[in-house]
Write a protein that binds this ligand. Sequence first.
Ligand code: NDP
Ligand code: 2IT
Length: 453
Amino acid sequence: MSGYATEFMDAVRAKNSGEPEFLQAVAEVVESCSVVLDRHPEFRDAKILERMVEPERVIMFRVPWQGDDGEVHVNRGFRVEMNSAIGPYKGGLRFHPSVNLGILKFLAFEQVFKNSLTTLPMGGGKGGSDFDPKGKSDAEVMRFCQSFMTELQRHIGPDTDVPAGDIGVGGREIGFMFGQYKRLRNEFTGVLTGKGLDWGGSLIRPEATGYGCVYFAAEMLAARGDSFEGKTCLVSGSGNVAQYTIEKILDLGGAVVTASDSSGFIHDPAGIDRAKLAYLMELKNVKRGRISEYADKYPSATYTPTDPSLDHNPLWAVPADCAFPSATQNEINAVDAKNMLANGVSLVAEGANMPSSPEAVHAFVETGIMYAPGKASNAGGVATSGLEMSQNSMRLSWSREEVDTRLRGIMQSIHQSCVDAADEYGTPGNYVNGANIAGFMKVARAMLAQGLV
Ligand code: NDP
Ligand code: 2IT
């Protein structure tokens, strides 16, 4: 790191000491972009990076709700409005007990660069709550969502801030929140994305993050004259991103042998075929069951429960060609990365946000494998949210083919931007630097043009 970068990180660390994930996300960007700041003293003089790490606004609020048994519960709600230089704040809402301000700041910070890469006019934000939807009835989830939106509604709007889903927030939760927003504001607008198809949602939005991630991986393979045909793939998670990642890998001729949830993972050497994927989707989306049930249903699969005493996750030691981490942040540590590289993995495309620890990222980059950071490879979700916003503004809806073609084009363009930026700044093939630099440049130019705000 340059002297400037070290000093900068010291200052950020001093101000945000209880936020390890945020510091991790910032350090990676600073490491990639210090060469840009050397070439562009105007960015340094205008303190662009110093401004980027300070959210434009953070909203934090109480969310009281009542359980089916009458008990009163209190959760904490957040919205981090990080940067609006290139468009209204845009980014998901996460409902998970681990949610805190630092995690949402890391996600909102990543979102700024990701949204910039999509080519669409969207700023960056993220929000959510430490509410745990697991084991709650539909009525409880509805009451929580209504209480959450009762406060959030005064801070968002179709031209101000447009939330969407993330971990623990899918079609059901978006529906309950949209209903409450509409009721309180008396407006039917595109204030949320990921809406149902009958009420303003876009075709392909549910599929978009997973499909986009596989499209990005296909671009990396094509750049080396290769394809998915015959490739064995590891997928972690079994939620929205994991499910459609598996579907698109199958479409392109690959095989998927793993899936997981926070309780454990399944290894199915025979491959998760379309019938098994349909079962997994029903299990996770309708029954809201656990991945262990997959191994009960299919004897070809083994189930391994999560063992917190291990220094690694055995899922990442399964021999394979490609890996698609699609669960959560820091799910791949240094030991996992070593295991992956030793067992044949030569492509990693992140569906999750920041699933690889800094040590794992360095191992992938140093080895020179095809490694795509989440802010590039998982941008298809928010890109298609951008397409949903466009359709809402025009009050029309595009066909499945139209949206899928645009999504594929956007992923190709992100891939090209990463390659070009990495080349231009002297680290060809480094998608981490490519994504950070390409994402940074557009936002930095916009901030410079808009003066000291
Ligand atoms: P879902 O809630 O649909 O699924 C999350 C999956 O990850 C579940 O299988 C869940 O298991 C598992 N998981 C969550 N937290 C943990 C944890 N702490 N340890 C182990 N496993 C965990 O979420 P999504 O599929 O939407 O999101 C997955 C990742 O993709 C996240 O990092 C998200 O930020 C990212 N992402 C999502 C986008 C979207 O459009 N939805 C867009 C871009 C990125 P369990 O059921 O046991 O909790
Ligand atoms: O991390 C992400 O990009 C998302 N959760 C999707 C955000 C969005 O606005 O669609």
